[in-house]
Design a protein around this ligand. Structure first.
Ligand code: SF4
Length: 334
């Protein structure tokens, strides 16, 4: 298998990775990628072995983000190549090299199309790691329509200006925009921008060419219902993920103490992947998830019990008002 690794629609600098491996002198290389890029790993492993003489080991577990470094494999290899995500800057493991995967799709056309749906003159522009290298194309398209596109700075978990993560909207919140344009796929990130900023968000998908607008009401209604269901229960599991970029043990302990002070039974539950089957036999009536916010906000329908984010649990306990609903963002993992 000596062909170049195939990653349809993505640009990945495999040669840079080979150079770094050769330069490091590493003899055991770990490879980790999200599901969408996993198919390239066999060809890349073969290429590494043929061109550097190093032995490779592929992480076969699911990988959800840069928060999800396979630390067990890291301990068994000299160097780990984590493909498809940008470094969160949390130093989770010292021997990890991040090899980003930029999508080839251009952003000019879709941004020009979305401009027709924007009402403001000053627009915050946000995107995900897959498209952020082309964000200037979107800014140019808006400029040509007489608008000013602004991007928030990198910092914290955010590696690039204008980038958002499902768990961090710091770059969006940092700009003084009247409304936002999100360029990317899916509704989770733009919902996060809308909830984190309280502003109107127009979405533009460079893959499907679709433009739309975010309505936060359906999600908020579902979250209100989940809080109400949880309120009538007494026994809560406080979920803590072992994933290095999701592990918020300090927050989990604070949530446990807060719940106990309010007369609830609270248990800390430590696990890697948070999945419905893993909660079934625990017998908890509700859960508070301190790991990835997508578990509670995006996957809720998969669970039989209500799963709340930490700010939602505060609302349930009436230490936070519903009017002050806050999207759960991960600032740090302690
Ligand atoms: Fe993405 Fe969730 Fe990981 Fe944040 S915690 S990087 S949203 S998978």
């Amino acid at each position: 298998m000596d062909r170049a690794p195939s990653t349809d629609g993505y640009d990945i600098d495999w040669n840079r990775a080979l150079e770094l491996i050769k330069k490091s002198g590493a003899s055991r290389i770990g490879l980790q990628a999200p599901e969408g890029l996993k198919r390239a790993l066999l060809a890349f492993a073969a290429k590494i072995e043929a061109e550097t003489g190093a032995e490779t080991v592929i992480s076969g577990d699911p990988c959800f983000g840069a928060c999800d470094i396979d630390l067990q494999l890291c301990r068994q290899v000299d160097l780990m190549l984590h493909i498809g995500h940008a470094d969160l800057g949390d130093g989770a493991a010292q021997n990890v090299i991040f090899l980003e995967a930029g999508m080839q799709a251009d952003l000019y056309e879709i941004a020009a199309k979305a401009a027709g749906c924007l009402r403001a003159r000053t627009v915050g522009v946000c995107t995900t790691i897959q498209h952020v290298h082309k964000i200037d194309q979107a800014l140019l398209a808006l400029k040509e329509q007489g608008m000013r596109g602004i991007v928030g700075p990198a910092g914290g978990r955010i590696r690039y200006a204008g980038q958002v993560l499902g768990c961090s909207y710091a770059s969006a919140k940092a700009v003084d925009a009247e409304e936002y344009l999100f360029i990317g796929t899916g509704r989770f990130h733009p919902l996060g921008i809308a909830l984190a900023t309280g502003k109107r968000v127009v979405t533009a998908d460079p893959i499907t060419g679709e433009v739309g607008e975010i309505d936060t009401d359906p999600l908020l209604r579902r979250r209100f219902a989940a809080i109400s269901r949880a309120e009538n229960t007494g026994c809560f599991a406080v979920l803590v993920s072992s994933k290095p970029g999701q592990k918020r043990m300090k927050l989990a302990k604070r949530i446990k103490a807060m719940g106990e002070a309010a007369g609830r039974q609270m248990f800390l539950v430590y696990l890697d992947n948070i999945e419905p089957d893993r909660l079934v036999n625990l017998g908890a009536q509700a859960a508070v998830c301190t790991a990835c916010p997508r578990v509670a906000l995006d996957d809720a329908a998969m669970y039989k019990i209500p799963i709340l984010t930490p700010p939602e649990f505060e609302i349930m306990l009436k230490v936070r008002r519903w009017e002050d609903y806050m999207f759960d963002e991960i600032q740090n993992c302690e």
